[in-house]
Design a protein around this ligand. Structure first.
Ligand code: SF4
Ligand code: SF4
Length: 448
């Protein structure tokens, strides 16, 4: 019997058009842009300057504290700049720019695709490598992985849950990774499990709309005593950390509590693959897999990209640009991420980063928002909210700027999943206002 989470959620059509497209390696770009804020926590600090020569895999920025991560050169060449560059939303971020020359790798990195199955590193060494290789959560939040693997006094990990649900419509990069690199994913997951403790159990949660991935991972997990696959019902946002713990274990993460308070730690399948490469191959986080997709039948791709490649370079390879380098006229909007949680791209020259999962091409018709009407008190937004919040109330409080009441009504529990917006028959921009209010409250808190 497939499992699922107990509160709210929606069933959007999955539109996984690119699911049968194998992962292709993108050409090495002529330039990469490596922002210093590719993870949650303190931004990285550059350790190179303009004119320096770097090899692939060489650190170009160091972690600025424990909750931070280093950044490595994803191409070889010359550092062209260390300055502020606009990200995909136009926000200026300190960025190391490298002009590519050749493809020269740092010694000691195993670039072969040969599987290294045997685990020879002790947990302390695994932890050190994960930290030094700049591994962060690739499921979206980009939380530094070593921080999640650090013990917290009084909280004993019992389960490591591997998130293979990929519940957002359109996205297929995790699915392809499970089909093409399931062994590596499980070795990476096992490495993390050993860091957490030998008595920790491993569970891989995969939605039932991916039967091939379920059977592939089940076959591999059969060789690992402590691992099993749990099929999940198709329901959004199943991949949310709190929803996944509820679905798999039936345990609820309380407001403001860490997931580990339930005995569970969640890592994404992409992160497990990156851990495999870091520990077994001494390869820093230099590349990731992303989906380029849309409703049209022509552009459906799963690409392995060098981190820092510009979105424009990727779209060019996918055939989504006109000769002037702009989006083809049939595409009205580009979104970084999925249709539920992704954000509109305003700067095509911005790079894809460690946690980029998709570039979604939307048509004019798909981007048209209906005029918002009046609330008809149908409570659909409340029923859909997986965090048991009252979205319309939060929306009203946000409009009125009533910060204290917003906090009392748990605005910070909002995971920005968009379920409320999706279900509202009056097309009220609930999430937009809630997001604005959250950001304003956070800014105020930081000032105090
Ligand atoms: S976006 Fe926030 S308020 Fe809306 S359904 Fe998701 S968690 Fe609830
Ligand atoms: S779903 Fe929309 S119309 Fe219904 S109660 Fe919520 S805000 Fe009002």
């Amino acid at each position: 019997m497939s499992k699922t989470f107990s509160i709210g959620g929606i069933h959007p059509i999955d539109r996984k058009f690119s699911k049968d497209r194998p992962i292709e390696d993108l050409p090495v770009p002529q330039r990469v842009y490596l922002p210093m804020n590719q993870h949650l926590g303190m931004p990285s600090v550059p350790i190179v300057k303009k004119g320096d020569r770097v090899k692939v895999g060489q650190p170009v920025a160091e972690a600025a504290g424990f909750v931070s991560a280093p950044v490595h050169a994803s191409v070889s060449g010359t550092v062209a700049d260390v300055a502020l560059y606009p990200d995909f939303q136009g926000k200026r971020v300190l960025t190391v720019v490298i002009e590519t020359e050749g493809d020269e790798w740092l010694e000691g990195i195993d670039r072969t695709s040969q599987l290294k199955q045997e685990i020879t590193t002790v947990p302390e060494e695994t932890f050190r490598k994960i930290k030094e290789m700049g591994i962060v959560g690739l499921g979206g939040a980009a939380f530094p992985t070593h921080v999640k693997l650090t013990p917290i006094e009084g909280m004993q990990p019992e389960y490591l849950i591997l998130n293979g649900s990929e519940c957002e419509p359109f996205l297929t990069s995790d699915y392809r990774l499970m089909l093409e690199h399931g062994q590596e994913i499980l070795i990476g997951a096992e490495l993390m499990r050993r860091v957490l403790g030998t008595d920790v159990n491993g569970i891989i949660g995969i939605e039932e709309n991916k039967p091939l991935a379920i059977s592939a991972m089940q076959k591999i997990a059969a060789n690992y005593l402590q691992w099993k696959v749990v099929p999940l019902k198709k329901r959004y946002p199943q991949g949310g950390e709190k929803q996944l713990i509820d679905a798999v274990l039936g345990r609820k993460v309380a407001s403001f509590a860490l997931p580990i308070s339930t005995g569970a730690i969640v890592q994404n399948v992409g992160t497990a693959f990156a851990v495999y490469e870091a520990v077994q191959k001494s390869k820093p986080l230099l590349s990731n897999v992303l989906t380029v997709t849309g409703s049209g039948p022509t552009i459906q791709k799963n690409y392995r990209f060098r981190i820092g490649t510009s979105m424009r370079d990727i779209l060019y390879s996918a055939g989504a640009l006109d000769p002037e380098g702009n989006l083809l006229p049939q595409f009205a909007k580009l979104v970084s991420g999925g249709p539920m949680m992704g954000k509109a791209v305003v700067n095509l020259q911005a790079p894809v980063v460690k946690s980029s999962s998709a570039l979604l091409l939307l048509t004019e018709k798909e981007t048209k928002r209906q005029e918002p009407g009046d609330c008809i008190r149908c409570a659909k937004c409340f029923q859909a909210c997986p965090m048991h919040l009252q979205p319309y109330l939060l929306y009203q409080l946000a409009l009125a700027g009533r910060t204290e009441e917003l906090e009392k009504h748990r605005v910070f529990d909002c995971i920005e999943c968009g379920c409320c917006l999706y279900t509202c028959p009056a097309h009220i921009p609930l999430l937009d206002q809630i997001r604005l209010a959250k950001n304003a409250s956070l800014k105020n808190k930081r000032k105090k």
